[in-house]
Write a protein that binds this ligand. Structure first.
Ligand SMILES: Nc1ncnc2c1ncn2[C@@H]1O[C@H](COP(=O)(O)OP(=O)(O)OP(=O)(O)O)[C@@H](O)[C@H]1O
Length: 235
């Protein structure tokens, strides 16, 4: 693979004495959607949090947009153009939709204080609910709000941790369409953790499988064959 927006190599991470990520390697091709897969507890969220600088790492290289980022503080990584939608969404339930969006704007370095109009084009439902509290939204609407908030910094890459978790099947399709639209129409590079195979196949161009803290297989999504699924993904 060439022309990566994010390239990670030799990444090691510990929780105390517990060695969780082992010499991990990952390439996220520019303009593509990459799906990170693996069974529960293999280290997918740990990897995403390490990319965002939310966890200290022991060793390894992380290159984003041709610059090393492993020494960059978490607050600054967002400003470099990495938008993050954490697992469980983590929107502020007592704040209004508008306030949730405005908090996302704080990470911008160009002084823009208005929610960009394209966000409302993508998520018309949010425009209708600006004064509602985040906690009053449905799960699918909260996921849209979490994605919209991550877009406030106009990122180059969007990272999503299990965006379909706990969301009704008909809304899952809608979330998939939004991710595809961001990727294909707005040119955003996407890295997502996803356990649902049909969803991964629908939205992703490339995959990376993690097993016990190591990256064990990577390539075009069409190459995600039954052997790999059986060995690394079937529970
Ligand atoms: N804060 C923490 N302190 C200690 N160990 C942790 C911590 N967070 C996660 N772990 C452990 O690190 C390993 C990797 O966890 P992680 O959440 O990254 O896996 P995952 O692949 O994202 O799993 P899931 O699909 O369940 O979200 C697990 O064994 C987990 O128990």
């Amino acid at each position: 693979m060439s022309d990566s927006l994010l390239k990670i190599s030799g990444l090691n991470q510990y929780y105390g004495e517990s060695h969780t990520l082992w010499d991990l390697a990952l390439e996220v091709p520019k303009g593509k959607c990459t799906c990170l897969m693996g069974r529960n507890g293999v280290g997918k969220t740990t990897l995403l949090q390490s990319i965002m600088g939310l966890l200290p790492t022991e060793s390894g290289q992380m290159v984003f947009d041709d610059a090393r980022i492993e020494g960059v503080r978490a607050e600054e990584r967002a400003s470099l153009g990495i938008g993050y939608v954490p697992q469980g969404r983590q929107i502020f339930s007592l704040m209004t939709v508008q306030e949730n969006l405005e908090i996302g704007l704080l990470a911008r370095t160009d002084g823009v204080k208005q929610v960009p109009e394209f966000v409302y084009d993508l998520f018309p439902v949010l425009k209708d609910m600006l004064k509602r509290r985040g906690g009053d939204l449905s799960g699918g609407q909260q996921q849209q709000l979490a994605i919209a908030r991550a877009l406030m910094i106009d990122p180059k890459m969007l990272i999503l941790d299990e965006p379909t978790e706990g969301i009704q099947p008909n809304i899952v399709r809608q979330i998939g369409d939004i991710i595809t639209q961001l990727n294909e129409e707005l040119g955003l590079t996407v890295l997502l953790v996803e356990q649902k195979l049909p969803f991964a196949r629908r939205v992703a161009d490339t995959f990376c499988i993690i097993d016990r803290g190591r990256s064990v297989a990577q390539g075009e999504i069409a190459g995600l064959n039954d052997g790999l699924i059986e060995k690394y993904l079937t529970v």
